[in-house]
Design a protein around this ligand. Structure first.
Ligand code: 5GP
Length: 194
């Protein structure tokens, strides 16, 4: 079930762009509604109740705000994977290659080894799930560190793209707060998965 507060906000303020892109700049990706983020974080806490989570992992830049509010609810540190300028890592970093959905290019992301340990139980948080490249990169990093992946919390999943199936088929708990089933750039109409 989707989170009604978020779905209503997407319908009210989201803009459907060509190329299957949903713009939510007025409350997530540019201006941020932190009170909405707090409600989203509480919802993830309900959905991941009973799981031990020691750390939240996200990716810069757009995941950071949401992940911070989640960190506050779960009382754990938040680490964000950094987009690397040059790969000159000398063994102190975990890295993964990610294909950017919105910018259509490949870049490296890195996390310093000292911030993920084999004892960690990690919750991945991000704003959007499309083809799953970003989450897959974060999963790779967690696995390189030998830490446990407790789940993935996403604000908006585009259910007609393949990221959701990829994560669920790996047996990872995925909690998307709104799952867009279809969106039409002509009419602006957005429908959600029940
Ligand atoms: P994926 O790696 O799953 O293909 O894409 C996820 C990443 O691309 C997210 O971190 C998000 O920043 C960006 N993204 C993918 N689709 C959309 C979209 O429709 N709208 C926005 N604003 N960002 C998106």
């Amino acid at each position: 079930m989707g989170m009604k507060l978020l779905e209503d906000r997407i319908v009210r303020d989201g803009k459907v762009k060509p190329g299957d892109v949903l713009k939510v700049d007025s409350f997530i990706n540019h201006q941020m509604d932190v009170e909405l983020f707090t409600e989203m974080a509480k919802e993830w806490q309900r959905r991941f109740a009973g799981k031990t989570i020691t750390k939240i992992l996200t990716i810069e830049a757009s995941g950071i705000g949401i992940a911070c509010m989640a960190g506050q609810q779960f009382h754990v540190p938040v680490v964000f994977a950094k987009k690397a300028q040059s790969i000159n890592l000398e063994g102190e970093m975990y890295s993964a290659k990610i294909r950017s959905y919105t910018h259509q290019r490949v870049y490296d992301v890195i996390v310093a080894k000292k911030y993920i340990s084999p004892e960690d139980h990690i919750l991945i948080i991000d704003d959007f799930l499309a083809n799953g490249c970003a989450v897959e990169g974060l999963i790779d990093i967690i696995q390189s560190a030998g830490a446990a992946i407790e789940g993935v919390g996403i604000a908006i999943e585009k259910g007609f793209q393949r990221g959701g199936d990829m994560i669920r088929s790996r047996g990872i708990q995925l909690e998307s707060l709104a799952i867009v089933e279809s969106m039409d750039p002509e009419t602006g109409k957005i429908t959600f998965r029940e």
